[in-house]
Design a protein around this ligand. Structure first.
Ligand SMILES: [Zn+2]
Length: 384
């Protein structure tokens, strides 16, 4: 009779990470499927885990109403940026891991039957960093909201601007803020939800510009990291610095909302905040509410004031006219550099600048001085 020997298999991990997650707050081991059912909030201590874009949309919108827009937008590599690996490789790896094209998803859907435009960020995609695609999606969501008069909801989860896109990433701050300003001036509500973490360029631009700014409990929210802030002011930071509750107590946020109440809270707010209906017929093209101030026209106005379109500095005495005029007339006939016959008789300018005889003015200047010559008094009268 064969003897059954005990088999020595390699010891299995008691908590395989694909099945279990350890709560960083209370250290309880949580079964992943269970955690997903409770919207990834620790049932033991209430710690809010980060949510993927898909889960966030599922949490906020009516089931099956989300229609994604601009799904094909994808980052390019304008700088040829390489750190530990090339930027395109990094993007490709993130796409493979998350199934997203970039760190933001935007589209339309309904919330308790009310149509909204919504943009959500996913921290899992390169730390939710904002490059050209994220900025563009936020901007397009805002512009769509403006044209359609739909409330806009943006859920942020980001470490800041994407350094691999350099200045182009920083430009997204101005672009998204400009679009939101048009939204504000038109009277279309914008609700910003700050989830863990909302930092850097996202915090410094659209995330805190909501008509109502909501945050999830204990979310990290701030511009620079705590260590940098402490070093800059050379002081110890208070407990809970850069957390939702701290910012709420100091008036930076309007509400801190538990994830299970987030949807009903936003829905309630949207009941109060109704978009201002658009004026005129529905089929008229929407005016984007551009401000009267245009940087380009401002600059050209300024330039006209500094440099008058008339090349003459508007002199008050006729002699200056004549010096220029005779010099111009001469230089048209005599070679440049040769002293004209009357040169010694022409006095220098009072401020010490030499007379313009030796210079060759442009044809336009010659033309203008010749027309003024007709109005000017005779040279003898002034030379005395
Ligand atoms: Zn916990």
């Amino acid at each position: 009779m064969p003897i059954k020997l005990p088999s020595f298999r390699p010891r299995r991990d008691a908590y395989p990470p694909d099945l279990w997650t350890k709560c960083p707050s209370c250290e309880e081991m949580l079964f992943n499927k269970q955690l997903d059912k409770v919207q990834r909030v620790c049932p033991n201590c209430g710690h809010h885990f980060r949510l993927s874009a898909d889960a966030r949309l599922g949490l906020l919108l009516d089931h099956g109403t989300f229609v994604e827009r601009d799904a094909g937008l994808q980052s390019v590599d304008p700088l040829g940026f390489v750190d530990q690996k090339p930027y395109p490789d990094r993007v490709a790896a993130a796409q493979l891991a998350t199934g997203l094209r970039d760190a933001a998803v935007w589209g339309t859907g309904t919330m308790d039957g009310r149509p909204v435009a919504i943009c959500v960020m996913d921290f899992g995609f390169m730390g939710g960093s904002m490059g050209a695609v994220v900025g563009e999606k936020v901007t397009r969501a805002a512009e769509y909201s403006l044209v359609q008069r739909l409330p806009l909801i943006v859920v942020s989860a980001s470490g800041g601007a994407r350094m691999q896109e350099g200045t182009l990433a920083l430009m997204q701050l101005a672009k998204s803020v400009a679009a939101l300003e048009r939204l504000r001036s038109t009277g279309v509500p914008f609700i910003s939800v700050l989830s863990d973490p909302t930092t850097g360029g996202v915090f410094a631009s659209f995330a805190v510009l909501g008509d109502v700014n909501l945050a999830e409990p204990n979310a990290l929210i701030g511009f620079a990291g705590a260590r940098v802030s402490a070093g800059t002011i050379a002081q110890e930071l208070p407990a809970g610095f850069q957390r939702s509750e701290f910012l709420y107590q100091h008036g930076f946020l309007d509400r801190v909302v538990h994830r299970s109440e987030l949807r009903s809270e936003i829905s309630l707010l949207l009941g109060y905040l109704r978009p201002v209906p658009r004026e005129g017929a529905r089929d008229e093209p929407e005016q984007l509410g551009l401000p009267a101030f245009r940087p380009l026209s401002f600059l050209s106005n300024l330039a006209e004031r500094v440099m008058p379109s008339d090349p003459e500095p508007a002199p008050t005495n006729g002699a200056a006219h004549l010096d220029l005029a005779t010099g111009g007339a001469r230089s048209a006939t005599t070679p440049v550099g040769l002293p004209p016959p009357e040169a010694p008789s022409v006095p220098a300018e009072p401020d010490g600048t030499p007379p313009a005889n030796g210079t060759s003015p442009s044809p336009a200047a010659v033309g203008s001085t010749e027309t003024e010559l007709a109005d000017a008094p005779a040279p003898e009268a002034h030379r005395g």
